[in-house]
Design a protein around this ligand. Structure first.
Ligand code: TYM
Length: 332
């Protein structure tokens, strides 16, 4: 069975973009692949987190993975900080990547710009972020890394670093391939469909949060920006608003974009948005009901403990192999 690995940061509340671009695909992949999924809480530290929010967001994310349908019996589910080997391998790999490569990462460039505009400083963690992500990935030799469009560059860097390591020290890491959903890999802001829907969206109306009250999410869809004509047609360049809504509709309903275009031929945006609000509302309601159940008792703690134990077994072996190869250990 081929192996897949991915993670999400517990920064802020989980968005519909995270759900469509990452969580929902994980659920669909779990029967076909061996899945390793974690909460990237070390990565979340690259931007200041209020400790009580970080704790809540971490718990919520684990609960949402399960509420969305990940089966903890089947999937290895853990907190990144529980497997210390990630940080250790991240250090070694950070020593094998150049400042130039790190400065070319678009996530770093945009965070740097954001910080400069606000007149604040940017931490060193955000610069070296990809080294830890390289470790997260390469540690487990996954065949595939399912992510949204914005993370593709990081997975490509992991591939380059793996190649570099393999050629310097002999074959050690598998070269991972990113998997980006053809539809839903980049869900856009509902108020400004030229920007990615993001947890840090300045305009709360443009971003749907999975745990928002259902009527709030429905309202956000009904007031999403579209264009001045009324044809429900997929054309991201000229009709970014309606095209984004079509992607959301397609992923949540399981219908293709063409089927949806045919369904709404001759109908206006009003009918389309009303139906979409219902479809999204029903899906989020189902997730929220299950979310409330799984938060009960120590169910989540037990899952994380078992998941970390499984992950550690793989990570320890890999790190020991790396340390033998690079000569840092004197053990044979
Ligand atoms: P993060 O937490 O920013 O996002 C988690 C996942 O959600 C996807 N995503 C989106 N997909 C579609 N439309 C959107 N608007 C949208 N916004 C976010 C992201 O692409 C991502 O797949 N660095 C990673 C976390 C990470 C990781 C890893 C991922 C750490 N180590 C190893 C894979 C493998 C991140 O910041 O994701």
């Amino acid at each position: 069975m081929k192996r897949m690995l991915s993670g999400i940061k517990p920064t802020g509340r989980v968005t519909l973009g995270n759900y469509i671009g990452a969580i929902k695909p994980f659920v669909q992949f779990q029967n076909e692949y061996e899945m390793i999924i974690f909460v990237a809480n070390l990565h979340s530290m690259t931007i200041y987190q209020e400790p009580k929010d970080l704790r809540k967001n971490t718990k919520d994310l684990i609960a949402l993975y399960i509420a969305a349908g990940l089966d903890p019996e089947q999937v290895t589910l853990f907190l990144q900080s529980d497997v210390l080997e990630h940080a250790q391998l991240g250090w070694y790999l950070g020593c094998m990547v150049s400042m130039g490569e790190l400065s070319r990462m678009t996530q770093y460039k945009s965070k740097k710009l954001e910080a400069e505009e606000k007149g604040g400083h940017i931490g060193a963690g955000i610069f070296n972020y990809p080294s830890l992500m390289n470790a997260d990935i390469l540690m487990y030799d996954p065949d595939y890394v399912p992510v949204g469009e914005d993370q593709k560059q990081h997975v490509e860097l992991a591939r380059n670093v793996a190649e570099r390591f393999n050629s310097r020290y002999s074959d050690t890491f598998k070269l991972p391939e990113p998997i980006i959903p053809k539809v839903g890999g980049r869900i856009m802001d509902l108020q400004d469909p030229t920007k990615k829907m993001s947890k840090s969206s300045p305009n709360g109306k443009g971003c749907i949060y999975v745990l928002d009250p259902i009527n709030v999410s429905k309202k956000k869809i009904l007031s999403a920006v579209t264009d001045s004509d009324s044809h429900v047609k997929f054309d991201p360049e000229n009709k970014p608003g309606i095209s984004n809504l079509l992607e959301i509709y397609s992923i949540i309903s399981g219908k293709t974009i063409e089927e949806l275009e045919t369904m709404y031929e001759g109908k206006g945006y009003g009918d389309f948005k009303k139906d979409l609000a219902e479809v999204v509302g029903d899906e989020l309601q189902r997730i929220q009901d299950r979310y409330n159940e799984v938060l009960d008792g120590d169910y989540l703690d037990n899952i994380l403990e078992a998941g970390a134990e499984k992950a550690r077994r793989i990570a320890r072996k890999k790190l020991a192999k790396v340390e033998r190869k690079i000569g840092i250990t004197i053990k044979k």
